[in-house]
Design a protein around this ligand. Structure first.
Ligand code: ZN
Length: 275
């Protein structure tokens, strides 16, 4: 069973016995190298994290303006034990969902760049840690999007497993229910995202690892690659022979594994790489 957790630095690459050194040319050259890698690739797998959606107005978790940095109580809402055990945490979570900027967010140039890969017939899959569905909204075939941490646009009953569109339950919150229960069984409702302490859906994470093995180019975008098991997509792809390109605003836990590391704005750089 897989649980979402933060990894120890460098542990994964070492345990897999992968040796790699990032190329160290200048920034423009690195974009050129990444561009060549995309041009030569036939099966691109893109792994995305919160960083690709920040330019759509959705804050990340641990950055300077992150949800958890500004409001440590929010991390409790993302932990299954607290959510299930404390009605106050659930009420706060529902208020939080209601006010999320994600509902009105639009895809940005970074999301659209991945659509360009799809149109070029090169996109094998998008493995995303994001729960905002902006890849689908941008035009990626939903069958190609592997949401390893679930989606915020649905709710699930933690007792009977019934799912429903989030907007239907938010309407009940608007109508005054602070912690709306499942209408079928009275169980606790939660967004259909993976919380800390909650197992990932085995078929979903297995599929992510399978597409990673099939990739000839792995593009890791907007993730610090510190949350497991999702981050394992990178060493798995590398071990299977893929070229690894990492694009992120900050250093990542797996820069040492990459063939090309680019630091920069995703919505500015990703369109350059895929053009
Ligand atoms: Zn139920």
């Amino acid at each position: 069973m897989y649980f979402m957790h933060f990894g120890a630095r460098c542990q994964a690459p070492n345990s897999l016995g992968v040796v790699g050194t990032p190329l160290m040319p200048g920034p423009a050259d690195r974009i050129g190298l990444a561009k060549h890698a995309v041009r030569d690739a036939r099966r691109v797998v893109v792994l995305t994290g919160a960083g690709i959606s920040t330019d759509s107005g959705i804050p990340d978790f641990r950055g300077p303006n992150g949800v958890w940095t500004k409001n440590p109580a929010a991390e409790k809402m993302a932990t299954l034990q607290h959510y299930m055990g404390d009605p106050e945490v659930r009420k706060a979570a529902w208020r939080n969902r209601r006010s999320s900027p994600a509902w009105s967010a639009e895809p940005n140039a970074g999301h659209r760049a991945i659509v360009a890969l799809q149109e070029a017939g090169k996109l094998h899959a998008v493995v995303t840690q994001n729960v905002d569905e902006l890849h689908q909204k941008a035009g990626i075939d939903p069958d190609l999007v592997i949401e390893v941490h679930g989606t915020m646009r649905h709710v699930v009953c933690m007792s009977c497993g019934e799912t429903a569109p989030m907007e239907r339950v938010l309407a009940r919150v608007d109508a005054g229910e602070e912690d709306p229960p499942c209408r079928t069984c009275g169980g606790i409702l939660k967004s259909a995202t993976i919380s800390f302490g909650q197992p990932l859906v085995p078929e979903v994470i297995d599929r992510a690892f399978t597409v990673a093995e099939e990739a000839d180019l792995l593009l890791a975008v907007g993730t610090t690659l510190g949350v497991y098991p999702a981050a394992n997509v990178v060493p798995i792809a590398k071990r299977a022979g893929a070229i690894v390109v990492i694009l992120n605003a900050e250093p990542t836990e797996m820069d040492m594994l990459a063939d090309v590391v680019i630091r920069g704005s995703i919505s500015e750089v990703l369109p350059l790489i895929v053009s």
